[in-house]
Design a protein around this ligand. Structure first.
Ligand code: KIV
Ligand code: ZN
Length: 531
């Protein structure tokens, strides 16, 4: 039943969010996130772009199969192949949505599509008609809408509705719009299309000027009732609208908006942490709603104010977004039950085998440190349990490093299948030498693109958590590792990234071949999808 006062949320963390530089989520990780989005009662999950690769196709299929209680969407260009791939991947969804997009701004039509407006109209007619026959609903997006001619957009949207689209999306693809202008623009489009009840207008904003959330909220004031965005605002360039910010603005300023949302906002913080852990994209401490300092009061005047009357300096409660500290710290006396409960509240839904594996790692960790924090648990789950790599798995067997002034030497032993590969190398520090030794041992020399290391808590017994991004040819992959010893964490992260290069290569049908001894050769088999 259509409710004109309800704003629905369309999460594209797994599609547009994953386009953020260096982010590569595997199917298990995407499933974890999708389950938690469903638990947060998100309305729509855009699970991927099935035509781009078999990996994306399988991921959409897995989410459509397993995650219920939400609409699952898949992205498609106007090409027949894209639409059929999306429909096939969505076949088992409880409710399926094919999301078709085509660019509508003069600059995109002329330079990217090389199409006339008439051709764009004809592509829209054919694709939306086909998609309507293959899914429960169709969303039509006019890419770069905010730089398009409003009259052309109105004709195009009218045509899309005639062909069966019920959701019309107005993207600010390059984050160019300004709130007042965008509100007026959306109003003009909504009035011009004059669609019947049941057709929902949507916005999809990018944050190039830091205005994505403001633009989404301005559009809501114009009558838009679906907001698209990502968890933590993750996405290409400046990112997308941060859904948690839009949701809390609508909830906190209900006096202005007078609209309802279906989200369980107390899940915002756990979902934010989960996405940050699995994507390796850190949340800045001052990030609104979900940053570590979002509810922290440092100055004496503020602290006093909050103590005497909370609302002096707090417009929302930390509990409203689920940002509550753990009431108990786990340690070696904690049982499986308490551990499982903590995993649940942190937003992980694991199967029995994964729980057993996590519990064993947790118990080993308890021998190394007295208290195990939430950060430690998140690190071991995301780094050691959700990182199954079916392709050519390299595993750390042993390592030793010795460090002098200005020179370090490392020896590493790595297992590949039943073979143990070992080598030694020098470097300018323990991690550099360990990485040089791994490259020699596995005879594979990817480029190190990014490296970061941080502690899981502020205590000296914290785990060191390393995130590494490797590049080889066209493929990039990210790996994570966590251990009390930062060299071990860094080696694990490196090997994890190498393993993911293999998984990536398989998903994109790039064959990784080994030639002679340990030599590994990459052979590109796939034509990149061009626009
Ligand atoms: O930014 C954009 O225009 C998109 C579309 C595919 C909706 O991501
Ligand atoms: Zn986008």
């Amino acid at each position: 039943m259509f409710d004109s006062r309800r704003v629905t949320f369309f999460d594209t963390t797994l599609r547009d969010g994953e386009q953020a530089a260096g982010v590569n989520l595997n199917t298990l990780e995407k499933l974890q996130i999708a389950r938690q989005l469903a638990r947060m009662r998100i309305d729509v999950i855009e699970a991927g772009f099935p035509a781009t690769s078999p990996g994306d196709f399988n991921c959409v299929k897995a989410i459509a199969w397993e995650v219920k209680g939400v609409t699952v969407a898949a992205l498609a260009r106007t090409k027949e192949g894209d639409i059929r791939a999306a429909a096939q991947a969505l076949a088992n969804a409880e409710r399926s949505r094919i999301h078709i997009f085509i660019a509508t701004s003069p600059i995109h039509m002329v330079h990217k599509l090389r199409m006339t407006p008439e051709q764009v109209l004809s592509e829209t007619r054919a694709s939306v008609s086909l998609a309507s026959s293959l899914a429960d609903e169709v969303e039509f997006s006019a890419e770069d809408a905010s730089r398009s001619d409003p009259d052309f957009l109105i004709s195009l949207f009218k045509l899309a509705v005639d062909c069966g689209a019920t959701i019309l999306n107005i993207p600010d693809t390059v984050g160019y719009a300004i709130p007042d202008e965008f509100r007026q623009f959306c109003r003009t489009i909504i009035d011009g299309v004059a669609a019947s009840e049941g057709v929902i207008f949507s916005v999809h904003t990018h944050d190039d000027l830091g205005l994505a959330v403001a633009n989404s909220l301005a559009a809501v004031r114009a009558g838009v009732r679906q907001v698209e965005g990502t968890v933590n605002g993750m996405g290409e360039r400046g990112g997308n609208a941060a859904l948690e910010e839009v949701a809390m603005a609508l909830a906190t300023r209900a006096d202005i908006y007078n609209l309802t949302i279906g989200l369980d906002t107390t899940r915002l913080y756990p979902v934010s942490r989960l996405v940050s852990k699995l994507s390796g994209v850190m949340v800045p401490p001052n990030k609104a709603i979900v940053g570590a300092n979002a509810f922290a009061h440092e100055s004496g005047i503020h602290q006093h104010g909050v103590l005497v009357h909370r609302e002096t300096y707090e417009i929302m409660k930390a509990e409203d977004v689920g940002s509550v500290p753990a009431v108990m710290v786990l340690g070696k006396h904690s049982g499986r039950h308490a551990f499982r409960d903590r995993l649940e509240s942190l937003g992980y839904q694991l199967d029995d085998e994964q729980i057993s594996r996590s519990f064993n790692i947790f118990k080993c960790l308890c021998d190394e440190k007295k208290d195990v924090t939430d950060g430690d648990i998140e690190a071991i789950i995301s780094d050691q349990v959700l990182t199954v790599n079916p392709e050519h798995r390299f595993e750390l067997v042993d390592y030793a490093v010795s460090v002098g002034t200005g020179l370090a030497t490392a020896t590493v032993v790595v297992r590949r299948d039943a073979i143990e590969l070992r080598d030694a190398a020098t470097g300018n520090g323990p991690i550099d030498s360990a990485y040089n030794a791994i490259k020699r041992a596995i005879d594979f020399h990817p480029e190190l693109h990014n490296f970061s290391i941080r502690a899981t808590s502020s205590r000296s017994d914290a785990l060191g958590e390393t995130v590494v991004e490797l590049k080889y040819g066209e493929i990039t992959a990210q790996g994570r590792g966590a251990a009390t010893d930062i060299v071990k964490a860094s080696i694990q992260a490196y090997l994890n990234a190498v393993n993911r290069l293999y998984t990536q290569a398989a998903a994109r049908e790039i064959k990784l071949e080994e030639a002679g001894g340990n030599r590994i050769v990459l052979k590109e088999r796939r034509q990149d999808i061009g626009e």
